[in-house]
Design a protein around this ligand. Structure first.
Ligand code: UD1
Ligand code: UDP
Length: 366
């Protein structure tokens, strides 16, 4: 096997998922290269992750940047097609559900290059989420569908995907978590914010359905206002949330959003620092996909600020609770303050060895 396998990444969660796979490939001397689409480009959302994971800088960076969906997806397709026609990889691997994932899937499949989708089969059944479109379409053209949990297998089978293409391998994000948990614990990153372990909450928000709609964002902030009156809240501010806070002038209604009064907004931090913050938090408030899984693994209560989730296993088995409106957040937060936390169980194969299973399957099939 001398022709390289290309791992195509573009946005923050992609780096967390690609890193363990890349590492196993290097260990097993499988030729590989990383192609970065440039969807995320800020240091904190991109390069910092390559540093944290001690990854070589990507061999190729398409540098597409931000844009509307069509524009961003189209630019990636145009640039990536040239690169793939030149490199002719033996296989292309894509991760998760971002625009870089679907753009790569479309180009790869039309060049008749085998395509592996890692984190296949997740469904929120909500087609207003751009990620749901990306998931459904990527799975429709992928040759290898590597799933994180049994519900994903069931979704794919219902959509008519052949069972010979579906491989339950577990959660690749948890590979990264297992690998870095020791160093994250030692780092005790919370200390720099003057908070006590297990007595602060960690918040992230970036879904368009939450931050792009003023009334919705305000409703969430009203509930967060309640929480910060009881516990310090550390808020890692995603650039989309930052943009909308400014556009909607939300600090006029919620002056504490700028910091102070038990509220600590921070620029996004790298993976290890963030994992450290998650590990020592009393609870997590988020609309992130990956953090629903990380908190289930860490057995930390997670309130997911969304209408639905493509990761139901984190609710059925894990520590995740869905909160659709502000009132539900307040109710669940009170439960946590009173020590009434959901007890979670670990989903099958979330054990840190997903990448190895993927490589074993690819080697056997190629
Ligand atoms: C994207 C993914 C989302 C994923 C999230 C992870 C899609 C459709 N969305 O959302 O599924 O959960 O990444 O974080 O692929 N921006 C910067 N700097 C950057 C990148 C973006 O300032 O490095 C700003 C720009 O104003 C941009 C906006 O953030 O317009 C949104 O970026 P984009 O990549 O389109 O979507 P995300 O909201 O980051
Ligand atoms: N994360 C991080 N720093 C931060 C916020 C999040 O390293 O300041 C990590 C988080 O631990 C998880 C990943 O980023 O591994 C999740 O990415 P995000 O929430 O942006 O995307 P999603 O999972 O929703 O697609």
């Amino acid at each position: 096997m001398n022709i390289p396998i290309a791992l195509v990444v573009g946005a923050r969660p992609n780096f967390v998922k690609a890193s363990p796979l890349y590492r196993v490939m290097i260990e097993r001397k499988i030729p590989t290269l990383i192609i970065h689409t440039g969807q995320h480009y800020d240091y904190e959302l991109s390069k910092k992750f390559f540093e944290d994971f001690a990854l070589e800088k990507p061999e190729i960076d398409l540098g597409v940047g931000s844009g509307n969906h069509g524009e961003q997806t189209g630019k990636i397709m145009i640039e990536l097609e040239k690169v793939l026609m030149n490199i002719k990889p033996s296989l292309v691997a894509v991760f998760g559900d971002v625009n870089s994932t679907i753009a790569t899937a479309l180009v790869t499949s039309k060049l008749y290059i085998p395509l592996a989708h890692i984190e296949a089969g997740l469904r929120s059944f909500d087609r207003t989420m751009p990620e749901e479109i990306n998931r459904v379409l990527t799975d429709a053209v992928a040759d290898y569908l590597f799933t994180p949990s049994v519900d994903a297998d069931e979704n794919l089978k219902k959509e008519g995907v052949g069972e010979d293409k579906i491989f339950l391998v577990g959660n690749i994000m948890i590979d990264s978590l297992v690998e870095h948990l020791g160093i994250a614990r030692e780092r005790k990153y919370y200390k720099r914010f003057g908070v006590e372990k297990k007595k602060y909450w960690l918040l992230t928000l970036h879904r368009p359905s939450n931050v792009d709609i003023r009334d919705k964002f305000s409703d969430l902030l009203t509930a967060i206002d309640f929480i910060r009156k009881h516990r310090p809240v550390i808020f890692s501010v995603h650039p989309r949330a930052k943009k909308m806070i400014n556009e909607f002038k939300l600090t006029e209604d919620f002056p504490w959003l700028s910091g102070g009064d038990n509220f600590i907004p921070i620029i996004p931090v790298g993976y290890i620092d963030f994992l450290s913050l998650e590990y020592y938090a009393e609870a997590v408030l988020t609309d992130s996909g990956g953090m629903q899984e990380e908190t289930t693994y860490l057995n930390i209560p997670c309130l997911t600020l969304r209408e639905n989730t493509e990761r139901p296993i984190t609710i059925n088995l894990g520590t995740n609770t869905m909160c659709r409106i502000g009132e539900e957040i307040v109710r669940e937060a009170e439960n946590i303050f009173n020590g009434k936390c959901k007890k979670g169980k670990m989903p099958q194969l979330w054990d840190g060895h997903t990448s190895e299973r993927i490589i074993d399957i690819l080697l056997e099939k190629q």
